[in-house]
Design a binder for this molecule. Structure first.
Ligand code: AMP
Length: 208
């Protein structure tokens, strides 16, 4: 099963993806996680990407596309994948379609985790992330409930950057909803509910 997760930053895409990965063993390809790992390791890609990420802007398409292409070729992605945070604009979506078609593969579903902008602002400002395993929690988590690691606030989850990320989402990413509707593969779940209720709908939408 090859899935694209759509939705604003903070809609819960990563959380739902982690649950699907745990239950169905398909590869989770989060471009945000891959980029943050590159920044942490100070690779050439990380050094180029950091300033865009800190400002809540999109990293240039070609950098992200190369990253995703490499990841889609890895062994664990052959059984299926969940793309989380990619594509973020029409250029990326069109490139993804053509890469997959070159590989003789295609998307089964673009699943929108739908949450209103007001809810997103509250969620992102209280979001905390584990420095070691990437677990997403809230300001109430003193340490990571999964691995005991240190929880921190991502620079781009600070108030000054959140509005810009939402503007970028509205302008560049939300047109993908129509793009995938046009392909007949769009499904949508209401993401403004407890995680497990959303997950039940996610599985139903994906016929799992
Ligand atoms: P995320 O964790 O998905 O919210 O991504 C964090 C940041 O990484 C974004 O605000 C962008 O700066 C960058 N990023 C992640 N995915 C992409 C993408 N597909 N295209 C461009 N930039 C991206």
């Amino acid at each position: 099963m090859n899935i694209v997760l759509l939705g604003a930053p903070g809609a819960g895409k990563g959380t739902q993806a982690q649950k699907l990965v745990a239950d169905y063993g398909i590869a989770h390809i989060s471009t945000g996680d891959l980029l943050r790992a590159a920044v942490k390791a100070a690779t050439p890609l990380g050094l180029k990407a950091k300033k865009y990420m800190d400002a809540g802007e999109l990293v240039p398409d070609q950098l992200v596309i190369d990253l995703v292409k490499e990841r889609l070729g890895a062994d664990d992605a052959q059984k299926g994948f969940i793309l989380d945070g990619f594509p973020r604009n029409t250029v990326q979506a069109v490139t993804l379609d053509s890469e997959l078609s070159d590989m003789g593969r295609e998307l089964d579903c673009a699943l929108l985790v739908d949450v209103a902008a007001e809810v997103i602002v509250n969620r992102l400002s209280s979001r905390r992330t584990c420095r070691d395993c990437g677990y997403t929690g809230t300001a109430a988590d003193a340490t990571c409930p999964k691995c005991g690691g240190e929880m921190y606030q991502r620079d781009d989850d600070k108030a000054e950057t959140i509005q810009n990320r939402l503007d970028v989402y509205e302008k560049s990413t939300s047109p993908l909803i129509e793009y995938y509707r046009g392909q007949g593969i769009l499904k949508s779940v209401d993401g403004d509910r407890p995680v497990d209720e959303v997950y039940t709908d996610v599985k139903e939408a994906l016929n799992l």
